[in-house]
Design a protein around this ligand. Structure first.
Ligand SMILES: Nc1ccn([C@@H]2O[C@H](COP(=O)(O)O)[C@@H](O)[C@H]2O)c(=O)n1
Ligand SMILES: C[C@@]1(CO)OP(=O)(O)OP(=O)(O)OC[C@H]1O
Length: 157
């Protein structure tokens, strides 16, 4: 059994869609990044890569590569999980937290879970998603950006 953790942050800017866990959420700003900037999926990618000792997301999908411009992070997540399985592991369980003041994301968590269960070929009860504000404190509390953290366990195939 192997443990991994991931953490990511993206800035909230006008003129971009807000995509979290592969769900487009109505909001006046979205996340800045080279890809679709899905901060939740990026933290999960890093947790999986960390557990498998496969480096990090920037190593596998460099932001200098125009091929990843506006990329759907679900494509990256599926590719990461393929590498994990090729390394001899499957996902045991995953827990992740979205950290943002607004918008309210609770109504979208179930759809995000559906995406994760499909992309990670893992039963939904093995995956948990949470959201928290930071009580208006710090960069997330001021609405300057969104953070996400994730932890997972990998099991040998
Ligand atoms: N952007 C957010 C942040 C939190 N939630 C949900 O609200 C509940 C309480 O969060 P606090 O940080 O204020 O304690 C919790 O159940 C979160 O799922 C949310 O929907 N959107
Ligand atoms: C995903 C990649 C690649 O498009 O770009 P970003 O969307 O900027 O995201 P980041 O969290 O900085 O992760 C690594 C990048 O290489």
């Amino acid at each position: 059994m192997r443990i991994g953790q991931g953490f990511d942050v993206h800035a909230l800017v006008p003129g971009r869609p807000l995509i979290l866990g592969g769900v487009t959420i109505p909001f006046e700003r979205g996340l800045e990044g080279h890809s679709d900037a899905d901060v939740l999926l990026h933290a999960i990618c890093d947790a999986l890569l960390g557990a498998a000792a496969l480096g990090d997301i920037g190593h596998h999908f460099p932001d200098s590569d125009p091929g990843w411009k506006n990329a759907d992070s679900r494509v990256l997540l599926r590719d990461v999980y393929r590498r994990v399985r090729e390394g001899g592991y499957r996902l045991g369980n995953l827990d992740a937290t979205l950290i943002l003041q607004a918008p309210r994301v609770a109504p979208y968590l179930a759809q995000m879970l559906d995406h994760l269960a499909a992309d990670l070929e893992t039963p939904r009860p093995q995956i948990n998603l949470k959201a928290t504000t930071t009580e208006k404190l710090g960069f997330t509390g001021r609405g300057e950006g969104v953070a996400a953290q994730a932890v997972c366990l990998l099991m040998p195939l």
